[in-house]
Design a protein around this ligand. Structure first.
Ligand code: PMP
Length: 470
């Protein structure tokens, strides 16, 4: 194979792209498109910036894929991995064995998840990703009801435009129509309700608070339609991430809680994006004031440095599963991987030492919100909102009427193109531009981010005007 990196650390971009096209099937990618453009080769990263093989520096406002919470190039995390690899790189946790990092991390995670109304989280089941963790949830929830003598309770209700991963169960729990269209999904006994997206679903004159309650009651309608004794659980993201950073009204989650309590069904909080400081709390249910039975986590637990995911198992489920369950025939080779757990511990220590969670909650999160407000004045911006360190900007054709662009304009992709050109990584979800910056971002770096966002919005506006699309 060709030498992809020369001695002087110069990268042969074309050679990488050729090999990439020849051999690498990428996630969620149209390969004809990719081959035509050539993949952008990311070669290194530091703090909040990534660098490509051509030497371009980009501000990564997406934290990789919502995960590099502690920022790039943290030596503490590399050291933790190295030391653990030299001590015990791997051993399984089947057959009555365990390892020290996995035990220490489980106890640490339990201490970070606040107790609400006497409900606490003392147990953790490990996986290596968010998708696997949600597969675990499906099996655990059904096992729970089996053990309680209610095996007919199988139906799990998720939401349209929710995202819970890409495995058979994960993609089924999610409500992405494009994913359901491939491979006969959803699997049986998964149902969906509409998302709590105020901008799209509110009635004329309805307040956000009223809408939040009405949107939550779609869950009750669905439970009644399915039959309350057949419903096992409801799953939702605290704030929908991949669906476009959809922030629910404050009234939404308390009403969801009332409904799941009324029918006795389990509540799964998928916090793969929202936990570990993203919303200014270690776990996001604390922010919205609800009481999940199971919490899915991944991504930020290791700041993405190595793969790790899992499920925080609340007392209600743990009691049944552990005390009366016998063997749960489920687990992964890498459940409780010692290196991943050691890196997670180092990551949490680092975040505690630097006060990153509190900083997002009390300082940089509110500052980002304040600066996002200014975007409302831009001619292209219909809405700009944040929650902690996630944010979304809705691009509209007409601010006064909030009329959307025609789909064939592809305004999100145009804007994303200008972002790339100007050294900013933002993601486009339809006509919504979204961000989830590393939690280490300072106020000065928030200013840098906002300057770039404004520049890219202006460039998008210029292009649309000169192409006669406005
Ligand atoms: N749940 C949520 C809420 C997510 O955002 C994601 C990934 N973006 C997943 C699950 C799946 O995680 P993974 O890609 O690690 O399987």
């Amino acid at each position: 194979p060709p030498a992809l990196v020369q001695r002087d650390q110069k990268h042969d971009t074309a050679a990488v792209q050729t090999l990439d096209s020849a051999h690498f099937i990428h996630p969620f990618t149209d390969h004809a498109d990719l081959a035509a453009q050539g993949a952008k080769v990311i070669v290194k990263a530091d703090n909040i910036h990534v660098f490509d093989s051509e030497g371009h520096k980009m501000l990564d406002a997406m934290s990789g894929l919502w995960c590099v919470n502690a920022g790039y190039a943290r030596k503490e995390l590399a050291d933790a991995a190295y030391q653990q690899m030299m001590t015990l790189p791997f051993y399984n946790n089947f057959f009555n064995t365990t390892n020290v990092p996995a035990v220490r991390l489980a106890a640490k995670l339990a201490s970070l998840a606040p107790e609400v109304d006497g409900r606490s989280f003392r147990h953790v089941f490990y996986s290596s990703s968010g998708s696997e963790s949600n597969d675990t949830n499906v099996r655990m929830v059904r096992r729970y009801w089996d053990l309680l003598g209610q095996p007919q309770r199988k139906v799990i209700i998720g939401r349209l435009n929710g995202y819970h991963g890409s495995t058979m169960a994960g993609a089924s729990l999610g409500g992405m129509s494009g994913m359901h269209a491939q491979g006969d999904l959803p699997i049986p006994d998964i149902q969906h309700i509409e998302q709590p997206y105020f901008a799209e679903k509110a009635r004329a004159g309805e307040s956000a608070a009223e809408f939040g309650v009405r949107a939550a009651r779609w869950l009750e309608d669905k439970i009644l339609a399915v039959g309350p004794d057949r419903v096992a659980a409801f799953i939702g993201e605290p704030v929908q991430g991949a669906g476009g950073v959809i922030i629910p009204p404050d009234t939404y989650w308390p009403e969801i809680q009332r409904i799941v309590d009324k029918y006795g069904i389990l509540l799964i909080s998928d916090e793969v994006i929202c936990a570990f400081g993203r919303l200014g709390h270690w776990f996001a249910y604390e922010k919205f004031g609800y009481k999940p039975d199971l919490i899915t986590f991944a991504k930020g637990v290791t700041s993405g440095y190595v793969p790790l995911g899992g499920v925080m198992v609340g007392d209600r489920v743990a009691k049944v599963l552990i005390e009366q369950g016998g063997e749960f025939n489920h687990g992964y080779t890498y459940s409780g991987h010692p290196v991943a757990c050691a890196v997670a511990l180092a990551n949490i220590e680092l975040m505690e030492r630097e006060g990153l969670v509190e900083r997002v909650r009390n300082d940089t999160g509110p500052y980002l919100a304040e600066r996002f407000e200014e975007l409302q004045a831009h001619p292209l911006v219909g809405a700009a909102d944040t929650c902690g360190f996630v944010g979304g900007i809705t691009l509209v054709k007409n601010k006064a009427t909030m009329a959307a662009f025609d789909a064939d304009v592809g305004v999100g992709m145009i804007c994303r193109g200008h972002c790339f050109k100007n050294g900013l990584i933002m993601r486009a979800v339809g006509d919504r531009m979204i961000i989830a910056p590393p939690l280490v971002m300072t106020r000065a770096q928030v200013d840098e981010l906002m300057g770039l966002i404004k520049l890219c919005l202006d460039a998008t506006l210029d292009e649309l005007r000169s192409a006669g699309k406005l």
